[in-house]
Design a protein around this ligand. Structure first.
Ligand SMILES: [Zn+2]
Length: 133
């Protein structure tokens, strides 16, 4: 299965090599880059050694190309990006901004949900928000 992640605003690809690249900001950090695994449910973070990320802290995710804030409207602790599988079907992929909170949701255009990660049950309330608009 080939997956590609892209920005919902500029449609630029966030997938490079075997990582998904985000621009991040947080308290004490104006800008940085964070690399995540494209495998849903796999939580590995790669970033420059000068950046300090601690378990439980919340960071903001932006598109590194257009600067679009990837926060889910109405759910400040969640991020969403688009994922395309095998060059055809597209999904929303929603995950938590909190370091160490392992929950990811894959949502198809017809609203079908798949949950990944040990904390998957945490944010289900937010998923009633219309993510598809
Ligand atoms: Zn963008």
């Amino acid at each position: 299965m080939k997956t590609n992640f892209f920005c919902p605003k500029c449609h630029g690809y966030l997938s490079v090599a075997d990582k998904v690249i985000f621009a991040i900001k947080k308290e004490g950090l104006d800008s940085g880059l964070l690399l995540l695994s494209p495998k849903l449910g796999e939580y590995t973070y790669e970033y420059h050694p000068t950046i300090e990320l601690t378990e439980g802290e919340q960071i903001d995710f932006y598109c590194p190309m257009c600067g679009h804030d990837l926060t889910v409207e109405g759910a400040n602790k969640l991020v969403r990006v688009k994922m395309q599988v095998d060059d055809k079907e597209t999904f929303w992929v929603v995950f938590s901004k909190k370091i160490g909170e392992r929950c990811t949701y894959k949502i198809s255009d017809d609203g079908q949900e798949e949950t990944f990660g040990e904390h998957g049950s945490l944010n289900v309330d937010y998923l009633s928000i219309n993510l598809l608009k």
